[in-house]
Design a protein around this ligand. Structure first.
Ligand SMILES: Cc1cc2nc3c(=O)[nH]c(=O)nc-3n(C[C@H](O)[C@H](O)[C@H](O)COP(=O)(O)OP(=O)(O)OC[C@H]3O[C@@H](n4cnc5c(N)ncnc54)[C@H](O)[C@@H]3O)c2cc1C
Length: 424
């Protein structure tokens, strides 16, 4: 007997979760099956809608007004500006720990690389770092986390012409954690004010950190630290530090693994659960049955093939990073349904000669119609009841445009809503 639902979403990244939440909010019985961790665990946790045009113009002030100028095949053009806005409204309703929804304008936030990034939504914990804020800024990094080199980041920000003074300092995190300590170890120590040894004496980690930060602060009214300030209660850690230091504290998104991304993923799974959805992870969808319609997909569980049937299916398995699109020496392909992926036969055409050039592989993915149904090489829907969302879609280069999360949320929202409406 197959496990049944109205809508089956394959993939539990930002696109799959947006799709599942959107379908559940329409009243459908929704199930989500996913395999490994999503790219949210590597991404900054910032929600970029569109930072640059495909021609590299930007940073864009208003991402929505640029949508009509995008190429016809871009996912945002297929959806239209209004749908992108509706999707972001759903995000704002579901994730109340993010800001930026009060305006169409991109915010500019400092990154751990020392650049300033245009983004549409950002966690509460990053808000005091806005580059549009003219208060002077102190950045503090930890010796055991060399990827966030605070003095270097400060120098870069000054060179970029930010409208405030910025200084960077590096300190040892109390307790001298090893270089390979997990970000969650920092987070939990700070959250619980857990014991660390400082000069032979046991201290609370948060209290000891405050003691190390206090003498560094001159006239600054805000201090930025790597994004390790708490796991389940990041707001509580920030509030405690702010109360002790008398300045605003913010997180600078650091290199993977990303706690802001993990927190966002946790919140979205929680929201899907609250909306009545079911999910399971750890096993891949490997094959399917059906001709014009997908009837059943099969999940590989310890070499047994478990059937899952649904009226509607959403493919949200990610791009080349998430393994929703794969390649060998001859082909680029979508591995579950073998949906068409447009690419040149000559693999030397998949890359640009220049390392930072315009690489065609960056836009590889399935090309859908306006209902997000993947199209075959003749331009017809591969299946009546299969939609695709997120970075499995082609037609855009999310890294160059800074549009990854926005495309995932917008196409996920649209695919989930249409699937639910059609299932009813
Ligand atoms: C390093 C990095 C940094 C980034 N930084 C930013 C940023 O700062 N801002 C921004 O807006 N965007 C950023 N992005 C892009 C953004 O994170 C992605 O575009 C977006 O999260 C993609 O979501 P997705 O759901 O389409 O795919 P994914 O996150 O890849 O999720 C796909 C899911 O599907 C599962 N899956 C795959 N195959 C199967 C199968 N056969 N059966 C079941 N499940 C399957 C995978 O295990 C995974 O969980 C970044 C991406 C990366 C890689």
């Amino acid at each position: 007997m197959a496990i049944e639902s109205d809508v089956l979403v394959i993939g539990g990244g930002l696109a799959g979760l947006s799709s599942a939440i959107s379908a559940a909010r329409e009243g459908a019985d929704v199930r989500l099956v996913t395999y490994k961790q999503s790219t949210l665990r590597q991404a900054s946790g910032l929600i970029d809608v569109l930072g640059y045009t495909p021609d590299g113009e930007g940073p864009l002030t208003d991402p929505y007004s640029a949508i009509p100028e995008l190429p016809d095949e871009h996912p945002y053009r297929l959806l239209g500006e209004d749908t992108v806005r509706e999707a972001m409204s759903m995000f704002d309703e579901v994730v109340d720990t993010y800001r930026g929804g009060h305006t169409d304008t991109n915010a500019l936030l400092p990154t751990y690389g020392g650049t300033v990034k245009p983004t549409a939504r950002y966690p509460d914990g990053a808000a005091a770092g806005l580059a549009s804020d003219d208060r002077d800024l102190l950045l503090v990094g930890f010796e055991a986390m060399p990827d966030f080199d605070a003095p270097h980041v400060a120098a870069h920000l000054e060179a970029a012409g930010v409208p405030f003074d910025v200084r960077g300092e590096t300190i040892q995190f109390p307790g001298d954690l090893q270089d390979d300590a997990k970000v969650t170890r920092y987070a939990k120590l700070l959250e619980k004010n857990g014991p660390v040894e400082v000069r032979g004496r046991e201290r609370g980690a948060r209290d000891a950190l405050v003691e190390r930060l206090n003498p560094l602060i001159e006239d600054e009214k805000r201090v930025g630290l790597p994004a390790v300030l708490g796991d389940a209660d990041a707001a509580g850690v920030r509030a405690a530090l702010e109360a002790e230091l008398g300045v605003e504290v913010f997180e600078v998104p650091a290199t993977p693994p990303s706690l802001p991304g993990v927190r966002l993923e946790d919140r979205l799974f929680e929201a899907f659960d609250e909306a009545g959805g079911n999910f399971e992870s750890g096993n891949p969808v490997v094959s399917f049955d059906g001709q014009n319609r997908v009837e059943t997909v099969y999940v590989d569980k310890q070499s047994a093939r478990i059937p899952y049937s649904a009226d509607q299916f959403v493919l949200a398995t990610g791009g080349l990073v998430g393994k929703g699109v794969e390649s060998d020496r001859e082909h680029v392909y979508e591995p579950i349904f073998d949906c068409h992926v447009e690419h040149s036969e000559d693999r030397y055409d998949w890359f640009d000669e220049a390392v930072f050039g315009d690489h065609p592989f960056a836009g590889f993915g399935v090309d859908p119609d306006t209902e997000l149904r993947p199209l075959d090489s003749g331009g017809s829907p591969e299946f009546e009841n299969l939609r695709a969302a997120g970075s499995v879609l082609g037609g855009h280069d999310f890294a160059a445009e800074k549009s990854g999360s926005g495309v995932s949320i917008a196409t996920g929202y649209h695919a989930g809503r249409l699937a639910a409406q059609e299932a009813q």
